[in-house]
Design a protein around this ligand. Structure first.
Ligand code: NAD
Ligand code: MG
Length: 386
């Protein structure tokens, strides 16, 4: 039996993971489930999965969780320290699927306990890629990418011969506005409707601005032994090819699958074996053709911002991520427009000089400073619009 814990159980990735686990009861045992505030769903999931413990981050929802789990034998807990304690219990695999930098501390706690990490939460690598990899190395922990592009790359990347790799390509669907001319009046409702993927609100908006691909370039930098200049992005609206590795002899290996997160989740959960996933076969003749386009950087400047932040290094990627989290939230709450998201991230990056990061405290300080500045800029922006 493989013991699995899930950070972000009630989210899009968390739900898919639980559905997959339910298909393989002989193989997986659920340990801890963690979520932010949906205590009713978390309790239902914990009962269905026969989890050992359910932890709700927001303590205001603890009483709902506690009463829903009363008499079930499942432990209920709440708050940040309870999440850390639950992660300190070693699991065979922890699915890291909290959204945003909030996933960093719990993921680190899971690494320190020696649990393998199935990583969906790209933001924690963007904020603290070096520190996470150092901790993983120190504790002998594997980080298996769940993000579809990185999962595909992981499957075709010859880690034994990194010098034979010329470059890697991440594909991007282009999001819902690939062919939309004027982006100024885009609403949150339009932005969260992704053409190929069913995802949480934040990553859906990130896909629409292409910031998601920018975060993924940084994620790839920390997951694979490649230089920044070796990471390329191409638009591929069908989302069938997710990642490609180009070798010096001209060979190119690509990872293909339907755009369904069950596939990378299954790969990470069963690694190094494989298990079945409820995904239909890939019928190439039915798909007919696959198309590719260059990124329109003038229309989607977020991707270049991410490349630039990675080049700058230090706190720049932390600032990029924090500013983006705040700006996306403000857009979802209709406090700023769609085009303001990337503009405000760029302004925040321009206002905060980057400095070196040597410990986790540096990461949190840079994250907090960027959030405060971005909120301030949004306040001014609203003031101008009024
Ligand atoms: P989501 O919004 O659907 O779910 C987020 C989950 O995190 C929820 O369970 C929520 O309760 C929990 N959460 C949020 N803040 C928390 C906190 N402070 N403490 C504890 N729990 C908290 O998001 P999602 O689409 O499932 O994405 C999750 C992560 O996976 C993101 O980093 C995203 O970029 C990444 N990812 C998602 C997909 C996808 O298809 N959905 C694909 C690739 C990568
Ligand atoms: Mg992805």
């Amino acid at each position: 039996m493989s013991r699995i814990s899930i950070l972000g159980a009630t989210g899009s990735i968390g739900k898919s993971a639980l559905a997959l686990i339910a298909e393989h009861p002989e193989r997986f045992q659920v340990e801890a489930l963690v979520a932010q505030s949906n205590a009713a769903l978390l309790a239902e999931q914990a009962i269905n999965a026969k989890a050992k413990i359910a932890v709700i981050a927001d303590e205001a929802h603890f009483s709902v969780l506690q009463s829903a789990l009363a008499g079930t034998g499942i432990e209920a807990a709440a708050g940040e320290s309870a999440i850390a304690e639950a992660m300190a219990r070693k699991a065979d695999c922890v699915i890291s699927a909290i959204v945003g930098a909030a996933g960093l501390k719990p993921t680190l706690a899971a690494i320190k306990a020696g649990s393998t990490i199935a990583l969906a939460n790209k933001e924690c690598l963007v904020c603290a890629g070096d520190l996470l990899q150092q901790e993983a190395e120190r504790h002998g922990v594997k980080i298996l990418p769940v993000d579809s592009e990185h999962n595909a790359l992981f499957q075709v990347f010859d880690a034994k011969a990194p010098q034979a790799i010329e470059k890697i390509t991440l594909t991007a669907s282009g999001g819902p506005f690939l062919h939309t001319q004027n982006l100024s009046a885009i609403t949150p409702e339009q932005a969260v409707k992704h053409p190929n993927w069913q995802m949480g609100a934040k990553i859906s908006v990130d896909s629409a601005t292409l910031m998601n691909k920018g975060l993924e370039v940084i994620e790839a930098f920390y997951l694979f032994p490649v230089k920044r200049e070796q990471i390329e992005v191409v638009i591929h609206p069908e989302s069938i090819i997710h990642g490609l590795v180009h070798y010096v002899d001209g060979s190119v290996l690509a990872g293909l699958s339907h755009p369904n997160m069950m596939t990378p989740i299954a790969y990470a959960l069963a690694y190094p074996q494989r298990i079945s996933a409820p995904v239909k076969n890939l019928d190439l003749a039915a798909i007919g053709k696959l198309t590719f386009l260059e990124v329109d950087h003038a229309k989607f400047p977020a991707l270049q911002l991410a490349y630039d932040a990675l080049k700058t290094g230090g706190t720049a990627t932390i600032t990029l991520n924090a500013a983006n989290e705040i700006a996306v939230q403000a857009f979802l709450e209709k406090r700023i427009g769609f085009l303001d998201i990337t503009k405000i991230v760029a302004e925040t990056l321009a206002s905060i000089p980057s400095h070196a990061v040597s410990c986790l405290e540096d990461v949190f300080a840079a994250d907090a400073a960027a959030r405060a500045l971005t909120l301030n800029l949004i306040g001014k922006n609203n003031g101008m619009a009024a």
